[in-house]
Write a protein that binds this ligand. Structure first.
Ligand code: NAP
Length: 199
């Protein structure tokens, strides 16, 4: 119970802030989540579904079942195929792991589509600045983790109690395991959902 609450306290409000406040997600819009099997990604897939969006997740084939089980309507295995070359467009591309740039994704965005990245970089900062002066497709970044408030947590608790959100806990570690084991695992960039510290 506490582990599930911890798992929902950071990445779920992050996904909510990006999709609701930055992308202004609407029902039936098409959303692509890059890194859909990670902690932010799995939260984003679920949050986007609560808005009535059509969600495609991008992850490796090994994680496609997990992403589908969290509500994704479609999954693209990035090792076998590149979504930027499949001719499809999305209203929102949420790069939860900062692996693709706005420039790479621009052709896969609808006319007024929004690209979001959780990972700060010069590339995203320039893209945010330049796209803010032009019409059409936009790039957006937020320090969503630092922008949380009680109302967001209340909304998330409501969704969780209604069975519309679940926690995806990959591994639990003890306090003593933080420096070596927990960090080493997170640094692999292969975790499936959250890592939680239990004490
Ligand atoms: N801006 C903010 O407010 C904010 C808030 C929270 C977190 N963050 C940042 O968000 C980032 C993501 O955090 P996280 O904890 O969600 O990451 P994570 O859980 O460590 O992401 C791991 C997942 O990424 C997938 N992945 C790795 N390379 C990929 C690629 N090239 N394409 C698609 N998927 C790929 C892996 O799936 P496969 O094994 O299938 O490849 C794995 O399941 C971090 O950099 C974190 O610092 C930012």
């Amino acid at each position: 119970m506490f582990a599930e609450a911890a798992a929902n306290c950071d990445v779920t409000p992050t996904a909510l802030t990006f999709l609701r406040d930055k992308a202004r997600l609407k029902p039936d819009q098409k959303v692509l989540v890059i890194g859909a099997s990670g902690a932010v990604g799995l939260a984003a897939v679920q949050i986007a579904k609560t808005f009535g969006a059509e969600v495609t997740g991008v992850c490796s084939g090994a994680n496609s079942e997990l992403v589908s089980a969290n509500g994704a309507d479609a999954v693209i295995d990035y090792i076998r195929g590149d979504f930027t070359r499949n001719g499809l467009t999305y209203d929102v591309i949420f790069d939860a792991v900062g692996k693709r740039t706005f420039r790479e994704c621009k052709g896969s965005l609808s006319g007024s589509g929004v690209y979001l990245s959780t990972v700060p970089s010069l590339s995203i900062l320039f893209a945010v600045l330049l796209s803010s002066f032009s019409r059409g497709r936009k790039a957006k970044f937020a320090t969503a983790g630092l922008m949380q408030n009680k109302a967001n947590l209340h909304d998330i608790i409501g969704l969780y109690n209604a069975g519309k959100l679940r926690a995806n806990i990959d591994r639990e570690y003890t306090l003593e395991q933080i420096p070596d084991d927990a960090h080493a695992y997170v640094d692999t960039e292969r975790k499936r959902g959250d890592v939680v510290i239990a004490f």
